[in-house]
Design a protein around this ligand. Sequence first.
Ligand code: ZN
Length: 307
Amino acid sequence: MEKKPKNGIRNILLGVIGVLLLVLGIVIGLIIAGILSDRPLIGGAQESQEHVQITGETLEESFESETDKMTDRQDDTGETVAQETRESVPETEPIRIVLDPGHDDYCSRNHPDLGVNEQDLNLKIALACRDELETYEGVEVFMTREDGSCPDNGQGSDDVTGRTAYAGSVDADLFVSLHNNATGLGYPSEANGAEVYITVYSKFTDESRKLGESILSELTTQVDLANRGVLTRVKADKGYYDDGNTKDWYYLISTCIDQGFPGIIIEHSFMDNPHDNALLKDDSQLQAMGVADAAGIAHYFGLEKKE
Ligand SMILES: [Zn+2]
C-alpha cells in the first residue's frame, strides 16, 4: 500500500517529463524546419507573396467585373463590359528591336577589294536575323534598310544618325548595327573573329555586356568564328554623358544613348582574314551568322519560340 502513492508520484513525474520532452522535441523540430525552409525560401517567399498579390489583383478584378456585369445586366450593355474586362488583363509589350545592316550601296559604301562588299554581307546577315527573330514571341523587328538603299538620306559617309534617328522614331528598345570588320592593313590579315561593341553609359553597360556575350556565345558556336569579346571604345572630344562617362566612339552607339535606348555593334568577322573571308563568301554561313545573332538576342531576353 505504501508503494502505491510512490508509484503514483513517479508515474506523474514520468508523465510530466514525457510531456516536457515531447514539447521540447516539437519546439526543436519547428526551429529546424524553420531554418531549413528559410534558406531556399528567400526567393520562394517573395514569389509566393507576389503570387498572393497577383491572386489578390485577379480577385479584385473579377470582383469589379462581377459588379460591372451586374450593372450591365441592368443597363443591357454586355458588349462594353466584355471589352472592359479584356482591357483590364495586363499585356506585355513586345520588345522593339531595330536591326541596322551597316553601310549601303550609295552613301556609305564599303567594298574593299576582297571579293566581298560589306553592305551586302551585313544585309544578308541582318535579313536572316530578322527572319529568325520573327519566329519568337514577344518581339517586333524593324530594319533601317532591306535593300541597297541609303537610310542616311545622303548625309555623308560618316553620318549614321539617320539610322539611329529611325530607331528613335519607332520607339526602339534596342538598336543592333550589323557589320564586318577589316584591319585596314590589307589581305591577308592575322586578326579574325567576332566582337561586339557596347556603350560605356552606366545605365546600359552591364545589360549590354550580357547581351553581347549571349550573341558572341551563339555566333562562335554556330559558326567557326573566334570570340574576340565584348568591347567598349570612347572618344574624348565628343564630350560626356550625363553620368560623367566619356561618350562612346561610335555615333551608332552614342546617338542611341542620347535618345534613351542602348545600341550595340556586332562585327561578325574580318573581311581581310583568309579564314573569315572564306566564310563570308558562303551564303549559308551568312545565314548561320544571322540566325546565331537572333538566338543570342532571344536567349538574352528569354524569348520563346512561336507555336
Ligand atoms: Zn562596317
